[in-house]
Write a protein that binds this ligand. Structure first.
Ligand code: CO8
Length: 258
């Protein structure tokens, strides 16, 4: 079960709890971690003994985004050929209910991952943001589409343009988060809800999910193809190189708009 390098899995009472497990880099999402996560999710999706999947992060963050060290020297063509977002597309096809239990940072790709889940439970200390703009890029795994569908165009643009952090309370008020709970109760409360969901008729739960997602996501695929090209394009810019280099060198970036 735990043959994975970057995630840990625990199954109890028909609930699979998947934990992102790179705490030394705040669970920064490298490509292998995402591949493992997709494999694990699909495995549990097909397992009759699992009814709900909970996703959480080990250490002090849920996930601080894509692994900047891994992608800093990428260019547009490498990204197009890698086609990493095909893995993310598979996450959106999971049929069983998924719940993100978020504490600490959920930034960039980490926020996108939380938004891929059906429900989001947050600790009072959770902080959400799309800081990609600060390193000269933009979300690439559905962020512009999913956030906009959830909170509307004007609010989404503000968060995406500024890259500012959103508290758990703000995320709750915007309708992004289902529950905000004390940090020490996050997993307990999430599991309590997951157990309730696991007792519901699985087929009804499955078909309700499918129908609701159709209503929300009808044209998301087209939107994400568009987003992806723009994400790749930014890797041709000097500002992307400068933004990521500055992060790694722990200094302020100097952007020139090219
Ligand atoms: N990538 C790589 N390493 C990271 C990342 C990251 N995203 N985030 C944190 N780390 C590392 C740090 O480099 C540091 O390592 P070390 O100890 O070796 O120096 C360690 O984690 C701890 O981080 P800090 O010392 O910086 O901890 P602080 O508490 O001071 O700060 C922050 C925490 C605010 C989260 C800070 O680390 C930060 O700003 N991180 C980057 C956040 C960010 O910009 N995320 C967006 C990345 S871009 C993105 O997600 C694009 C999505 C595209 C699609 C998704 C594909 C997977």
């Amino acid at each position: 079960m735990n043959d994975f390098q970057y995630i840990r899995i625990n199954i109890e009472e028909q609930i699979a709890v998947i934990e992102l497990n790179r705490p030394h880099v705040l669970n920064a999402l490298n490509r292998n971690m995402v591949m493992e996560l997709v494999q694990a999710m699909e495995m549990h999706d097909r397992d009759d003994d699992v009814r709900v999947i909970v996703l959480t992060g080990r250490g002090r963050a849920f996930a601080a985004g894509a692994d900047i060290d891994e992608m800093a020297s990428d260019d547009s063509i490498t990204l197009e050929l890698l086609n990493q977002f095909a893995d993310w597309d598979r996450l959106a096809l999971i049929k069983k209910p998924t719940i993100a239990a978020v504490h600490g940072f959920a930034l960039g790709g980490g926020f996108e991952l939380a938004l891929c889940c059906d429900l989001l439970f947050a600790s009072e200390t959770a902080e959400f943001a799309f800081p990609e703009v600060n390193i000269g890029v933009m979300p690439g795994a559905g962020g512009t589409q999913r956030l906009t569908k959830l909170i509307g165009k004007t609010k989404a643009l503000e968060w995406l343009w500024t890259g500012e952090r959103m508290s758990a309370k703000e995320a709750y008020e915007l309708g992004i988060v289902n529950r905000v709970v004390a940090p020490e109760l996050l997993l307990e409360e999430t599991m309590r809800f997951a157990r309730k969901l696991a007792k519901q008729p699985p087929l009804s739960v499955r078909f309700i999910k499918e129908a609701v997602h159709k209503a929300v996501d009808y044209s998301i695929y087209e939107g994400m193809q568009f987003e992806r090209k723009n994400f790749y394009l930014l890797f041709s810019s000097e500002d992307q190189k400068e933004g990521m280099r500055a992060f790694i060198e722990k200094r302020k970036p100097h952007f020139q708009g090219r």
